[in-house]
Design a protein around this ligand. Structure first.
Ligand code: AMP
Ligand code: ZN
Length: 114
């Protein structure tokens, strides 16, 4: 998608701190980290968000979750723990309309979920 920030990052048109990449997935450091480890995990194909998923994306979704665990291990938070969040829609403050998961860790995260 031409005007999508994350599509531009995936294409290399905007620089990013890459931490993981495979054929279908790209992951990079969040520019405004909310925890010592804050990685964004995105599919290389443009999907708007959790609300844009169809059954055809089931395997991709599973791969994203599996990649999250690999990234957590690489970032050294596999044992200490981490949180995976995907904001969907206005109430969740989704600001980039390209499906992404936030992987947060490296500190004791709040029990609050909002
Ligand atoms: P969300 O609010 O869930 O849509 O998350 C979008 C995330 O993208 C935010 O946490 C931003 O800090 C992050 N972000 C925005 N621009 C960039 C960028 N150029 N590189 C890395 N992360 C970014
Ligand atoms: Zn996109």
């Amino acid at each position: 998608m031409n005007d999508c920030l994350f599509c531009k990052i995936i294409a290399g048109d905007i620089p990013s701190g890459r931490v993981y990449e495979d054929e279908r997935i790209y992951a990079f450091k969040d520019i405004n980290p909310q925890a010592p480890v804050h990685v964004l995990i995105v599919p290389k194909t443009h999907l708007s968000g959790l609300d844009g998923l169809e059954e055809a994306e089931d395997r991709l979704l599973a791969s994203l979750l599996r990649a999250a665990h690999t990234i957590a291990a690489r970032e050294g938070v596999e044992t200490s723990g981490y949180r995976l969040i995907s904001n969907c829609g206005p109430d969740a403050c989704q600001s980039v309309k390209h499906l992404h998961f936030h992987l947060l860790g490296g500190k004791q995260l709040s029990e609050e979920m909002d």
